[in-house]
Design a protein around this ligand. Structure first.
Ligand SMILES: C[S@@+](CC[C@H](N)C(=O)[O-])C[C@H]1O[C@@H](n2cnc3c(N)ncnc32)[C@H](O)[C@@H]1O
Length: 499
């Protein structure tokens, strides 16, 4: 007879083939494949106990329930397992009940008393309000929660705020209620997107999460495409366990290419995961020595954007709000409008045929607010394309190339400027070279698992001193190949920082 998890995999495949596509994306119905489920269930600590109470919110076809039951029965440390599996979608309940029955039978065969209670309902409704209807003393919460943005005025967002949690995404609400459902010392194990680890959007969520739990283990996948390959999900995921009310200790970080190959493992001090001096509470996941070196190199740098007197803001033109001002091709009297598609190899090609307006026309006095005066600016894409090798893609707007005139930057760009004015040429090229370097890319990836580059991320980094940046900028007026750039960056900036 095949193992429990393998049987559950068949149930999963059958369930997935019957999913209604609209409901699948509306309710985030991406079920965890067998190998990834086993990996999630392998992370929490299990010790000898009479019984264990487990919660699986958003249980889908029950893969994670099956994976943890499988592990507990194999290790034989626990006599009785009580799992509560919650699922919103009524059409999945019979499937979930099938997996629950497989679990019960597996328990009978292996001498563990396994009870799986299937609850049909909305996890947010059940666990917010005056009573946690499912209970708040679980030993373990295991989840692959649904992902969906929550609008500011949505009832879920308000219900969570009443519980003291700021959650802009359904997955964060699930994590929050997962924490609330645990008794002291209970463990949360989850597979989620990495987006909560940095950025302003999740900051208040992160602050509270980190005040309630300590992370024990984290696992990242180097390849974002393969973990949920058969579900069409393309994003960077992290698997982690955290203990409610635990004391910070060393954290184990593992990574694998996908969920099928061997793991590489390391441990880091808790302060390396969450730096005590970081008021944004970024969660930094360094997976190898190169990551460590990048973090050390960055930390040793002397400057910040404020000591450099440089500011970074998002481009001021929100195109759908400024339709009347936009011109497909720049005509006389219109000013340059720059989109991410204009960035080419460290420079800005303008005008360029990218299917976006290239001219900005002043119609009213107030339109001038959208412009920056003539000058050198460094721009960074706010969203890098998946096929781009680097997360941070920077380029210089050079007024000597484009004419001495004001310029408008579209909102999908971050713009480096000197208090609303241009930078000088050397500083601009120095910053551009630096931002495009591999060390910055590595460092960035230790705290950001998505393709978004926020202005806060750029503000939170250390930078080489002004002199070093100018020296680097002096050498550049376009971007050389990556290797050559990295050598130059290392010589002009890192070596001097280390000296
Ligand atoms: C990403 S899937 C994961 C399913 C399962 N945990 C697994 O790992 O295969 C999330 C599940 O949560 C369910 N769901 C969505 N919103 C929910 C809610 N508010 N309450 C309970 N379940 C919900 C979806 O129907 C879906 O089955």
């Amino acid at each position: 007879m095949d193992g429990l998890l393998h049987q559950a995999e068949w149930v999963r495949l059958e369930a997935m083939s019957g999913l209604d596509q609209a409901a699948q994306s509306a309710q985030g119905q991406y079920f965890t494949p067998e190998r990834a489920s086993a990996l999630v269930a392998s992370l929490p600590r299990l010790s000898r106990a009479e019984s264990l109470r487990i919660l699986d919110p958003g249980a889908g076809s029950g893969m994670l329930t099956a994976a943890i039951v499988d592990r507990v029965c194999r290790e034989g440390l626990i006599a009785r397992l009580e799992v509560t599996a919650v699922e919103l979608d009524s059409t999945l309940i019979s499937t979930l009940a099938k997996t629950a029955e497989l679990c019960r039978q597996h328990g009978l065969r292996t001498g563990v008393e396994v009870e799986v209670k299937v609850v049909q309902g909305d996890f947010i409704t059940l666990q917010t309000g005056l009573e946690a209807e499912l209970g708040d003393d679980f030993d373990l919460v295991i989840m692959n929660p649904p992902y969906k943005k929550l609008a500011a005025l949505s009832w879920q967002r308000r219900a969570m705020a009443a519980m003291g949690w700021e959650t802009g995404n359904l997955y964060a609400a699930f994590l929050a209620l997962g924490v609330d459902s645990l008794g002291p010392g209970g463990q949360l194990v989850a597979i989620t997107p990495r987006s909560f680890a940095n950025g302003p959007y999740f900051e208040r969520f992160r602050q509270r999460l980190l005040s309630q739990v300590v992370f024990d283990r984290l696992h990242t996948f180097e390849s974002r495409s393969t973990v949920f390959a058969d579900t069409g999900v393309l994003q960077e995921n992290v698997v982690f366990t955290a203990t409610k009310g635990g004391a910070p200790r060393r954290v184990t970080i593992t990574s694998s290419h996908d969920h099928t190959d061997g793991l590489s493992e390391r441990t880091v001090r808790y302060e390396e995961l969450v730096s005590p001096d970081d008021r944004h509470r970024f969660i930094r996941i360094t997976t190898d020595n190169d990551d460590d070196r990048a973090v050390k190199a960055m930390r040793s740098l002397p400057a910040s954007l404020s000591t450099l007197a440089v500011k970074v803001s998002t481009g001021r033109v929100v195109d759908f709000r400024a339709r009347q001002n936009l011109q497909d091709t720049p005509a006389s009297g219109s000013l340059p409008l720059v989109y991410p598609g204009n960035l080419r190899g460290g420079r800005i090609q303008w005008p360029r045929s990218i299917g976006k307006a290239q001219g900005f026309q002043l119609l009213h006095e107030a339109d001038a607010k959208a412009l920056l005066p003539s000058g050198f600016y460094v721009v960074v894409k706010r969203f890098s394309a998946k096929e781009e090798r680097r997360r941070i893609v920077a380029a210089v707007w050079d007024p000597t190339q484009h004419g001495d005139q004001p310029v408008a930057f579209e909102n999908h760009l971050n713009v480096f400027h000197a208090g609303g004015e241009g930078l000088d040429r050397e500083l601009a090229w120095g910053l551009c070279g630096w931002l495009n370097s591999s060390v910055v890319d590595r460092y960035f990836r230790t705290f950001s698992g998505h393709t978004q580059v926020n202005a806060t991320d750029l503000r939170s980094m250390n930078y080489p001193g002004e002199e070093a940046l100018r020296r680097l900028g002096h050498e550049l007026d376009s971007l050389p190949g990556q290797e050559e750039l990295d050598q130059l960056v290392s010589k002009m900036t890192l070596e001097t920082a280390a000296a």
